[in-house]
Design a protein around this ligand. Structure first.
Ligand code: ADP
Ligand code: MG
Length: 702
């Protein structure tokens, strides 16, 4: 963009140094450019005014034109509140403030028409809006701003310093005529034409002061497209550069280990989906390019055996392989299931975790460096510098969401030529999000569960119905089955309180399931590893009926005889966590149950989460709902570190089609001009480096 946009915000007429400091601190607005890309978060549509008599509970927000007819204060200190009654001639309603009362009192004028906006809540016969947005009603203003007036987010501090949404609108109104002629386009003309986009100056004008909803929509489309386009261009061009620079190990030999495993050891026929994924991976391994593949498969879909067979391919071709899991419990389980699957095949497998004894650790290091060890299984411990492979050819990262991007990169550096990488996740990521978050990875999906699995039956009970839950547990235990009871681990700071939940829960379980008839074990994150393992093993060997646990068992634990998963305070879990936990049962051929226990009173969101769990077992559907409920910014916490640039307009949850389109456009351009050297692509090259300059910490991902 042109230089004027780099001007410091304090030089905008009407701003000055004091307000500039506030705008910087509170809204990150340093320059004219920051202001012009500080988009409104909603618009007041002056044509849509509700009558007070027609307000219903269903309306998410209301906008009324009302006159204040009385003002009263009640309470003191923290309980102080201010109430104003307004009327519009069709009825009356109440406005309430709990904070900033003095400020409101100073400004609230009786017998003046206000435009009032907010969520109306019913109290008995009348409606009330807490902390409404208000401004003096001035129908004439439409002439200046059009019928859609922008609303900007502000903070308490800004409001206290008299910088309201209105004030910001004023700044933008000053800025637009100064700047608009000097803004340079950030997309090349052919893209604007082909995709029927608004030009940048037009889009910026209309995003702040849209003449009508059609133009607003077009402005939004343009700005969203641009953000998605540059994200995809960045991801795809890095991918191209990497593919051009880095040679992949070629595994062109299907040898003894793979074949013997397949014919002698594989305990079940592979599902079609497993076969397809192995083929996809093999194709990559033959391509001469380094593989970076994301394997998505719902819990229990059989990712481990796929990973193992690919590791055997590496071994057959003279390379070492490793698998990294996020927890010790999981690493142990991988070790056990993989050594069991391999049986007497002459493949040397090692286990390296935080609790591996020093002497054993030294042995492992040595045999790894000597190339005697074929497969290493472990936790973060694998990342330590002392862990050196002779020739690492293939890396599996299980349960990706637990690892940061930087850790992924660290494993790639364990070999002079980077190894092939398979990232496995049991938390399905909606396609659109995957395209962006993992846009540099190829994606494989196991979309089929092994045969004979019955879908887990999910039931929701409130606390009061606990006797029903106990009855179901008893009945299943009588049939020889086992039960998990899980308590939430909320925040680090609440650890102690949480343990108390767990301990109380344990006591009530032991009361209902008294020893020695019943054996109940406890597992939680703060136990010593050996105590934890002892409990886990009792349960895994079928010697305990009930395991009371925190979410340490969330990922990967595999006890097929366990058929009941009771989740306490289920309303406090996120959807993907609930789905993970449910995946711990339903692993054998028996009917399994997931029981969600919650309090009666639920927020709308927790109700939706529990309903979703009861109505579907499909991990992808659950992931979509999750994305919508939480907003993409929250997903796996990877968002900010995983995104090349900040998103101002784009929405990963709802822009699915647009993302796909933008990726298509970016990919076609790079197919013809991978380094963006063609003069007609130079705008893009410049814009990309400008964006990447502001976000250079992204380099870790590729
Ligand atoms: P996840 O994808 O959740 O990691 P696992 O790899 O742990 O799943 O597999 C879950 C269970 O299903 C394991 O007990 C595994 O042995 C079994 N399994 C995997 N593939 C098949 C198959 N094709 N047929 C039958 N059982 C299978
Ligand atoms: Mg697994």
């Amino acid at each position: 963009m042109g230089n004027i946009l780099d001007s410091e915000i304090m030089y905008l007429p009407g701003v000055g140094p004091k307000r500039a400091e506030l705008l910087q601190k509170e809204l990150n607005i340093y320059t004219f450019g920051d202001l012009i890309t500080f988009y409104p978060f909603r618009y007041i549509d002056r044509t849509k005014i509700n009558k007070i008599s027609e307000i219903t509970d269903e309306l998410p927000y209301v906008q009324v034109v009302g006159r204040v007819i009385s003002i009263s204060e009640a309470g003191a200190g923290r309980h102080r509140r201010l109430t104003a009654i307004v009327t519009d001639g069709t009825g009356r309603m109440e406005l309430v403030w709990f904070q900033g009362i003095t400020w409101v009192l100073k400004r609230l004028r009786p017998n003046v028409d206000y435009l009032i906006f907010g969520k109306a809540t019913r109290f008995g016969a009348h409606f009330s809006i807490a902390h409404p947005e208000m401004e003096i009603y001035n129908p004439q203003q439409d002439v200046i701003t059009g019928s859609l007036q922008p609303v900007y987010s502000t903070t308490e501090k800004l409001k206290n310093n008299h910088i309201t949404s209105k004030t910001i609108m004023g700044f933008v109104q000053t800025l637009i005529p100064m700047a608009i002629g000097k803004i340079t386009e950030t997309l090349p003309p052919f893209i604007i034409e082909q995709n029927k986009l608004m030009t940048l100056p037009e889009a910026l004008r209309n995003i702040h002061f849209p003449a009508n909803t059609t133009l607003l929509h077009k402005a939004q489309q343009r700005l969203k497209f641009e953000e998605h386009f540059y994200i995809q261009l960045s991801i795809l061009s890095r991918q191209k550069v990497r593919q051009a620079k880095v040679n992949g190990h070629v595994f062109n030999h299907v040898g003894e280990m793979f074949n013997r495993f397949y014919h002698e050891r594989l305990p079940f026929p592979l599902t079609e989906a497993q076969k397809r994924v192995i083929k996809e991976i093999r194709r990559d391994m033959l391509s001469g390019k380094q593989m970076n593949r994301l394997l998505q498969g719902d819990v229990g879909s059989g990712k481990t055996v796929v990973a193992l067979m690919c590791m055997l391919l590496a071994v057959d071709n003279g390379y070492q392989a490793c698998i990294m899991a996020p927890t010790e419990i999981l690493a142990n389980q991988h070790y056990e299931s993989i050594t069991a699957l391999l049986g007497d095949l002459p493949v040397k497998v090692g286990l390296l975790t935080g609790s591996t004894k020093r002497s054993e650790r030294n042995n492992l290091h040595q045999s790894l460096e000597a190339g005697e060890l074929n497969i290493l299984i472990g936790t973060h411990a694998l990342l330590e510098d002392v862990v050196k492979f002779k020739n690492l050819g293939f890396v599996v990262i299980d349960e990706q969401q637990r690892f940061g991007v930087m850790q992924r990169a660290k494993l790639w550096e364990k070999n002079s030529d980077p190894p092939h990488v398979l990232v496995m996740t049991a938390t399905p990521i909606p396609r659109t999000l995957a395209m962006t978050l993992y846009g540099d990875l190829e994606v494989s999906v196991i979309d089929e569960l092994p045969p004979g699995r019955k879908p887990v039956k999910t039931l929701h009970y409130t606390d009061a119905k606990r006797n029903l839950v106990f009855a179901l547990m008893k009945e299943q235990i009588k049939r020889g089955r086992q039960v998990y009871v899980v308590y939430p681990l909320i925040k680090e700071s609440e650890k102690l309180e949480n343990l108390k939940d767990l301990e109380d829960g344990y006591e009530s379980i032991v009361r209902a399931f008294p020893p020695p008839e019943y054996v109940t074990v406890v597992v939680h994150g703060q136990m010593k590893p050996e105590d934890k393992d002892y409990s886990m093993n009792l349960f895994a060997q079928g010697k305990a009926h009930i395991m009371v646990a925190t979410t340490v068992i969330e990922v990967g634990v595999n006890v097929p005889n366990a058929t009941v998963m009771v989740i306490e305070s289920a309303e406090r879990f996120g959807l993907s966590q609930l789905h993970q936990l449910r995946g711990r049962v339903g692993r054998g051929a028996d009917e399994s149950y997931c029981i969600l226990v919650s309090q009666v009173k639920l927020t709308k969101e927790s109700r939706k989460r529990l309903e979703t769990m009861v109505t579907t077992n499909d991990g992808f559907k659950i992931a979509e709902v999750d994305l919508h409920l939480r907003g993409p910014g929250d997903i796996a916490g990877t968002m900010q570190s995983g995104m090349p640039f900040d998103l101002k307009m784009a929405n990963l949850a709802t822009d699915g089609q647009l993302i796909q389109h933008a990726r298509q456009v970016a990919s076609e351009i790079l197919d013809h001009d991978p380094l963006l050297e063609n003069p007609r692509n130079s705008i893009m090259k410049e814009q990309l480096s400008r964006l990447e300059f502001h976000r250079n910490d992204y380099s870790g991902i590729s």
